[in-house]
Design a protein around this ligand. Structure first.
Ligand code: ADP
Length: 628
């Protein structure tokens, strides 16, 4: 039994193909994790890295507290079950199951006990003397499971174990594997391209596409709150319907305008997390609605379409249709504007009927037309608020406050600006006051809906803040983006300082042994790297690493000012940035500019900065990859 941690795992094959990018997950003991995604998305590669059958290019993998990157597969206490069963044809079922244990020199009596126990669990006791070729696919897969089971591993890895079986057997085996997981109480990691297997078996699912994790979540969260259009379309059958639309706020409603001009409305309250910029009718969006979340009306206030096909599956009926063109004509041309509706207990719909689709407003999804990322994040990424500038003050949310110097310099003579304010940048304070309309618990955080005119300002608040309160708050000004006429004129200050530099080593004799020391070299500053990081960089890039440039990233709070005689990087102060409640110095060293936090009375022209090697993250600059 074990928990498993994958931290920034990458796989770059020898031909340069990046099969897995920045894969991170914490898997708790006894979880049933499913990796799902289309063929070639990197599922098997990830599983094989966990098994130790494939090297990890970069990143760390832990089983329990042990780093296992370089541990031999046989020492990992992991058992793997393959799609192809991989049974020895000349051995009986018993021998196949006993083989691995005999190799480990386990006493025969114990082997027998384990094989019999596994055979009983898998209901193959009667076949122990048979050879695999005399067994069905389902039975063979049971033997393959049995062979993993007898090893009593900490983690079970299963790579598409059911894909060679017919549909009925697959369904039975799904249930059996789920039951096996429950009774064994060990960690399972299961790879499949079949979303039904993923949804029915996983306690959590990792959806992958083209080597990148798209979302890691419970089956119901993937279904209810897909992060992007890909996940939305991949999970659920029939697939979610997608339409290109524009959205227009009209009082208490939002009108969804389809490309043929048809419209449907949903109450604003149901979609209030969509950023206001999408609600003026001009910014394209994608509307998503699952077939089971549409009701069919014979007439009335829905999306008109003509029925092109009807599949009756008993109590469920799948209705296929096409929206009309911009003239309201239904052309049967096979392009775009298809709609699928799943209804229950209806047999009054026929091909050729013109009917109306009414989306359930509680189940609507919207995505950005370009990035295809959801517009309905559980925590909206930012709020946008208009501010008026007058001299040294700015007025917003019915309150005038001092205009931070940095804002003043950036806005020049503009009289109106927009502030993009992340909910995390709204902190308790006394600059503004708004009424708390609602508090929603999101992933153990408290999201406050602050009433702001006819919409909401979203803020993360402490649990002392209650609905109905008048909440007093301020902004962390450095975390805001400032826009004039939609154009960004001031970017939020990033939490990270990013510098490029070289990497070097020296060899010294310590107590008669030759020991390597590794260093990060940024300008004239040399920081000794942790040994394990040094070896890691060396193992990825070989001797090339001493000629390469790396990106060194560190949290700004870890950059400290030191005295001139201490080791450090000399930097020239170019300017100071006064954000009102916080101040930074923009400094330049080795031709690179970065910000450091300084006190209000800071006056120096030059500084010396230092950082500790354990705070530094190292990135490859040739392929975008976090190394350590
Ligand atoms: P999946 O299991 O999701 O179908 P894989 O992990 O098998 O995907 O493969 C991910 C990608 O890596 C694919 O594009 C595949 O062609 C590529 N790939 C797999 N093995 C190798 C290899 N040994 N050398 C180069 N590319 C590989």
């Amino acid at each position: 039994m074990a928990n498993l941690k994958l931290s920034h795992i990458y796989k770059v094959y020898e031909n340069g193909h990046k099969a897995v990018n920045d894969f991170s997950i914490d898997i708790a003991d006894q979880e049933f994790i499913v990796f799902v995604g289309p063929s070639g998305c990197g599922k098997s590669t990830t599983l094989r890295m966990i098994a130790g059958l494939e090297t990890i290019t970069a990143g760390d993998m832990f089983i329990g507290d042990t780093l296992v990157n370089d541990m031999e597969p046989k020492d990992r206490d992991i058992a793997m079950v393959f799609q192809s069963y991989a049974l020895y044809p000349h051995m009986t079922v018993y021998e196949n199951m006993a083989f691995g244990l005999r190799n480990r020199k386990m006493p025969e009596a114990e082997i027998k006990e384990r094989v019999m126990k596994a055979a009983k669990m898998l209901d193959i006791e009667d076949y122990l003397d048979r050879k695999p070729k005399a067994m069905s696919g389902g039975q063979r897969q049971r033997v393959a499971l049995g062979r993993a089971l007898v090893r009593d591993p900490k983690v079970f890895l299963l790579d598409e174990p059911l894909s060679n079986l017919d549909a009925k057997l697959r369904a039975t085996m799904r249930t059996e594997i789920t039951a096996l997981h429950k009774s064994l109480k060990t960690t399972f990691i299961y790879v499949t391209h079949d979303q039904v297997e993923a949804m029915t078996m996983g306690t959590r699912i990792v959806v992958m596409k083209l080597g990148y994790v798209q979302q890691i979540d419970t089956p119901m969260n993937l279904y209810n709150a897909p992060y992007n259009k890909f996940v939305a379309g991949f999970i659920g059958t029939p697939q979610m319907n997608f339409f290109n639309v524009n959205l227009k706020r009209e009082g208490d409603n939002v009108r969804i305008i389809f490309s043929n001009g048809d419209t449907v409305t949903v109450p604003y309250e149901k979609v209030s997390k969509i950023h206001s910029r999408y609600l003026d009718g001009s910014v394209p969006a994608i509307f998503g609605i699952r077939p089971e979340h549409i009701s069919l009306e014979k007439d009335g206030d829905g999306l008109k379409f003509v029925v092109t096909n009807v599949e009756r599956l008993g109590n469920e009926t799948i209705v296929y249709g096409k929206l009309g063109d911009h003239l309201g004509e239904f052309t049967m041309k096979d392009e775009g504007n298809n709609i699928i509706v799943k209804v229950v207990d209806r047999d009054d719909v026929e091909v050729g009927d013109v009917v109306y689709a009414v989306p359930n407003p509680n189940k609507v999804h919207f995505f950005d037309a370009e990035t295809e990322v959801t517009l309905m994040d559980k925590i909206p990424p930012f709020n946008t608020v208009e501010a008026e500038i007058a001299g040294d003050r700015m007025k917003l949310l019915n309150t005038a406050v001092a205009l931070p110097q940095v804002f003043k310099d950036a806005v020049k003579d503009a009289k109106k600006v927009e502030l993009n304010i992340p909910p995390q940048a709204i902190v308790p304070g006394s600059d503004y006051h708004l009424k708390v309309a609602r508090i929603e618990n999101v992933d153990e955080q408290h999201l406050a809906y602050l009433t702001c005119g006819d919409s909401y300002l979203f803020a993360l608040v402490g649990d002392e803040v209650k609905e109905g309160d008048n909440y007093g708050f301020s902004f962390q000004n450095e975390k805001l983006n400032v826009l004039v006429n939609g154009e960004e004129i001031l970017k939020a200050v990033d939490d990270e300082v990013s510098l490029t530099g070289g990497f070097s080593k020296t060899e010294v004799k310590e107590n008669g042994d030759r020991v390597l020391h590794f260093f990060y070299n940024i300008g004239n500053y040399t920081v000794e790297a942790a040994q394990e990081h040094g070896y890691k960089i060396n193992s990825i890039d070989g001797d090339n690493c001493y000629k390469k440039t790396y990106r060194y990233a560190l949290d700004r709070s870890h950059v400290r000012l030191v005295e001139p005689q201490e080791p450090g990087l000399n930097a020239v102060v170019k300017e100071q940035l006064d954000y009102g409640n916080i101040r930074f110095a923009k400094v330049e060293a080795d031709g690179q500019e970065f910000l450091i936090r300084v006190d209000p009375d800071f006056k120096q022209d030059t500084v010396r900065v230092a950082f500790d090697s354990q705070d530094i993250s190292v990135y490859s600059t040739t392929i975008d990859m976090k190394i350590c």
